[in-house]
Design a protein around this ligand. Structure first.
Ligand code: FAD
Length: 467
């Protein structure tokens, strides 16, 4: 079986690369070691977490905000089994959708573990032990990532768990001890906090979502604290032990004192590492970075071996599904002889808590460090008519613009539907809009997007109308 392109891994990087290759007339195969397509994102990542976030948000609203809307409910309860079943149905619908897309685009799917025999030959080892060989003029590695572990803390997948198990629990934890205040941990932590669990977050850094603009982390912490989550910031986990159904997590305070928390589950969410096991990279001399074992690539996402590319979580950069997708498209178009480009500064980041957090471009801390002269405009949702109507008063939109040219350099928002609203900022920045440009454009009333316009007005000579 000879192909123009073989893609290893069917996550958002791999399947998008395969579809784009097929669209460009390249004979394409995709290799996947799991039984379903879609990778981490569709099976144990973006999609199942959002399904549980939506279900838990409905319950939380029914329990806490319906009465303010004049809606009375009796006998409200949680059928957690049904919640998880629905989540799985959402996953199944999405993964079978990818199978349909592979067939529609005439892409051959080979289930099994792919490994390099040489730079053009991939051996696919199926679950039953049988092997087939396929050859390709080009190979795209899109094997993704797996959860990181702490070297001193054994994940037993029952009581000490990763995000994968947290998406498949059979009960709502009573007390979830969450190690890590990053995106994945906080999303899953908020699911269980909404369903009634006590959630304690232990984070080594002095703020949550530490890679985002500091103002976002502070506001998110305030909101999640209102939800009942508790935070131990600047604390360092030293170990965890399981006894029966109890997990005891030990950690050091910033002053070096030792503390412990006892829960029934401990979720370790301390990031993810590139996954290259079994690929046989050393056989063909592909180099990986020492830290994180990420595959080294050049600006064209080509590895140290000509004709072998790598995309998504397995290479440098943000571990995000849409970044992987963009890279999949880029490599397919490069192979087809086009000259595509990705602006990594304009890849948005989102946290799907409620309110949602979303950002694109430079943070205030980055602009300060780079010595860029900037101005700020902020608008709080409590001054938005739309947010008052829905009762979503937490959060704000913050716009950072160049002090001289007024070009928008970064947009950071926490508020209702921020995940969708950030698209306006991406478009604006792609076209190098100024804050004044956005503030002169009509925004439908009443919508949450008016907060973006008001923040731009605030950045433009402090001209916000509603504050
Ligand atoms: C709980 C959670 C929530 C997340 N939520 C979001 C979100 O809301 N938004 C967002 O942008 N990102 C989110 N992410 C991150 C997102 O899932 C990843 O960035 C994305 O899946 C990376 O895509 P990828 O194609 O690089 O790899 P993956 O999706 O990891 O896919 C890699 C695939 O390669 C296969 N594979 C590996 N080795 C081999 C081999 N040798 N042979 C054959 N197949 C192989 C794997 O089985 C897997 O199917 C989340 C992640 C988690 C864990």
């Amino acid at each position: 079986m000879q192909y123009d392109v073989i893609v290893i891994g069917s996550g958002p990087g791999g399947y998008v690369a395969a579809i784009r290759c097929a669209q460009l007339g390249l004979k394409t195969a995709i290799v996947e070691k799991y039984n379903t397509l879609g990778g981490t994102c569709l099976n144990v990542g973006c999609i199942p977490s959002k399904a549980l976030l939506d279900s838990s948000e409905h319950y939380h609203n029914a329990a806490h905000t319906f009465t303010t809307h004049g809606i009375k409910l009796e006998n409200l309860g949680i059928d957690f089994g049904q919640m998880v079943k629905r989540k799985q149905e959402v996953v199944d619908a999405n993964t079978s959708g990818i199978s349909y897309l592979m067939k529609k685009n005439k892409i051959d799917t080979h289930f099994g573990v792919g490994s390099f025999k040489d730079k053009n030959t991939i051996t696919v080892k199926k679950a039953d032990g049988t092997e087939t060989e396929i050859t390709g003029k080009n190979v795209i590695i899109a094997t993704g990532s797996k959860p990181s572990a702490l070297p001193f803390l054994k994940i037993d997948k029952k009581r000490i768990i990763t995000s994968t198990e947290a998406l498949n629990l059979t009960e709502v934890p009573k007390h979830l001890v969450l190690i890590g205040g990053g995106v994945i941990g906080l999303e899953l932590g908020s699911v269980y906090a909404r369903l009634g669990a006590k959630v304690s977050v232990i984070e080594f850094m002095d703020g949550i979502i530490p890679t985002m603009d500091k103002a976002l982390g502070k506001e998110l912490q305030k909101v999640l604290t209102k939800l009942g989550m508790e935070f131990y910031l600047g604390h360092k986990v030293t170990g965890a032990t399981v006894k029966g159904k109890d997990v005891t997590v030990t950690f050091d305070t910033p002053k070096g004192e030792s503390k412990e928390l006892k829960g029934d589950y401990c979720l370790v969410a301390v990031g993810r590492v590139a996954y290259t096991d079994g690929l046989g990279l050393d056989k063909i001399g592909i180099t990986v970075e020492e830290r994180g074992r990420k595959i080294t690539v050049n600006d064209h996402l080509e590895t140290s071996v000509k004709g072998v590319y790598a995309i998504g979580d397995v290479i440098k950069g943000a571990m995000l599904a849409h970044k992987a997708e963009d890279e999949g498209t880029l490599v397919a178009e490069l192979i087809a002889g086009q000259k595509p480009h990705i602006d990594y500064n304009l890849i948005p980041g989102v946290v799907y808590t409620w309110p949602e957090v979303a950002a694109v471009g430079q943070t205030e801390e980055q602009l300060k460090a780079a010595g860029v002269k900037y101005k700020t405009g902020s608008f709080p949702f409590k001054a938005s008519g739309r947010a008052r109507a829905s009762g979503d008063l937490d959060g704000f939109v913050k716009v950072l613009a160049d002090a001289t040219t007024d070009e928008i350099l970064g947009v950071h928002m926490i508020g209702p539907r921020a995940a969708d609203m950030i698209a306006e900022a991406v478009v604006a920045m792609e076209y190098r809009a100024s804050a004044e440009d956005i503030s002169r454009m009509s925004h439908a009333h009443p919508t949450y997007t008016e907060a973006m316009r008001e923040a731009c007005l605030a950045a433009t000579e402090n001209r916000a109308i509603h504050i």
